[in-house]
Design a protein around this ligand. Structure first.
Ligand code: ADP
Ligand code: 5GP
Length: 394
């Protein structure tokens, strides 16, 4: 016997919830209980899904609108959705009519991230996270003092393995160098804009480096993973520490020079900074080198003396780890396309989706399984590891 799945029917258009709490809904609502809280997910006037909740402990409990973090899913006008609890801390929401592209979403209601945000904000919090099929390999964080050769090593790696690695394009408030292109090397940003986005929770990490603000947006990392590639982050040691403390499971590599004099020579020969900026970067390098080499901070330390030797070591590290960890699996592997779903049922971690018969003469492909047994990640980023495959009925 499968578990019941909350279904949204053609409900009445306007609902009132206690004490004058009133929310206009276009008529598609799902009610679902997680623990002692009832959540209602509905399609709002702006076509995005809204959420309200009520404690069941208090029979007179009032409906409240929690703080909603993350990007809200948009529904196709007039379409329906299904919702079911996954684990004890999130609700899977299946948007009908958009399954192949972005039909699977998770509303996190009690995950560690949501608990943390509840404490910070002091209010009820829920967070949306988009569901993505497959996994992406662990991101690689590369840190090291300015001029040590991080960019050179990363460029070599991306050139040799263009389909395997993707670069996380950071935001920065520093001015572009002559050859730098906005959106490719950095997103060059106004400080006020970046500060607002940081406040809105759009950044995985940020730091003040050599007098400018630098940061990795959640979107920058997720976009690389969505393309089925392994993400490379070139960030300073403060940023690496912040990523270490975040939910992003990454490999941390520190690149150091053979000597301080070598570093100075390289930084000057690059010729991209004024003398004043070079002095500042060299002063900061001392602290970075100390921190980078402190035990337990980074997983691997590479000495970039001879470039080719260092590159070979880096390649071995990331490529060998890859197969050893068995973490790399292209996100773009199997993505069956199918039309509207007309019934949904759940058995354990498997959710069975049935769609109306296609007239291509192959009815066996109208049933699909969505396996949610091996999820990883989640808000503030994507939820990965969804496995969607057709059921073959012989
Ligand atoms: P980072 O990205 O760490 O700031 P870059 O990759 O821009 O550093 O390298 C700084 C300069 O040093 C560049 O001119 C680059 O060509 C040069 N460089 C990088 N690695 C080596 C190396 N192993 N030996 C000599 N020069 C190097
Ligand atoms: P540059 O100005 O030379 O491009 O970068 C200066 C420093 O900023 C480098 O150490 C680089 O690793 C770091 N950096 C670049 N992007 C980011 C980022 O998104 N976050 C953090 N914390 N540091 C960054």
């Amino acid at each position: 016997m499968g578990e019941a799945i909350a279904f949204v029917g053609d409900d009445d258009l306007r609902k009132s919830y206690g004490d004058g709490f009133d929310l206009v809904c276009r008529g598609k609502e799902t009610s679902i209980i997680v623990g002692n809280i009832e959540y209602v997910i509905g399609e709002g006037q702006d076509s995005t899904l809204f959420v309200r909740c009520k404690s069941l402990d208090d029979s007179m409990g009032k409906w409240v609108c929690p703080t909603v973090l993350g990007t809200k899913p948009s529904s196709t006008v007039g379409s329906d959705h299904w919702a079911t609890v996954v684990g004890s801390d999130r609700i899977l929401v299946i948007l009908n009519g958009s399954l192949e592209v972005d039909g699977f979403w998770f509303l996190e209601v009690d995950t560690p991230f949501v608990k943390q945000q509840k404490q910070i904000l002091g209010s009820d919090v829920v967070a949306w996270s988009k569901g993505v099929q497959g996994y992406a390999g662990k991101p690689i964080v590369i840190s090291g003092p300015s001029g040590v050769g991080k960019g050179t090593l990363i460029t070599k790696l991306m050139k040799e393995f263009p389909s395997m690695f993707g670069f996380s394009v950071s935001h920065t408030t520093r001015a572009p160098r002559e050859m730098e292109i906005n959106g490719i090397h950095y997103h060059f940003t106004e400080r006020s804009v970046m500060e607002r986005d940081i406040k809105d929770g759009k950044f995985l990490e940020f730091a003040s480096v050599h007098g400018n603000l630098y940061g990795t947006s959640i979107e920058a990392v997720e976009m690389v993973a969505d393309a089925g590639k392994r993400c490379i982050l070139d960030i300073d040691v403060q940023g690496a520490r912040a990523v270490r403390a975040s939910s992003l499971d990454a490999i941390f590599i520190f690149v150091c020079p053979k000597s301080y004099e070598d570093l100075e020579k390289r930084l000057r020969s690059r010729g991209t900074e004024t003398e004043e900026q070079v002095q500042k970067r060299l002063r900061n390098a001392k602290g970075e080198l100390e921190l980078g080499k402190s035990p337990g901070f980074f997983d691997h330390i590479l000495v970039n003396d001879d470039l080719e030797t260092c590159y070979k070591t880096l390649k071995n590290l990331v490529c060998l780890n890859e197969s050893a960890d068995n973490t790399y699996q292209s996100a773009s592997r199997m993505k069956p396309a199918f039309p509207l779903v007309h019934s949904v049922s759940k058995v354990g971690s498997k959710i069975y989706l049935d769609s109306p018969a296609l007239d291509i003469g192959n009815a066996s492909h109208n049933s699909f399984v969505l396996d949610v047994g091996s999820l990883i990640g989640g808000a503030p980023g994507r939820t990965r590891g969804l496995d969607l495959y057709p059921v073959h009925q012989n």
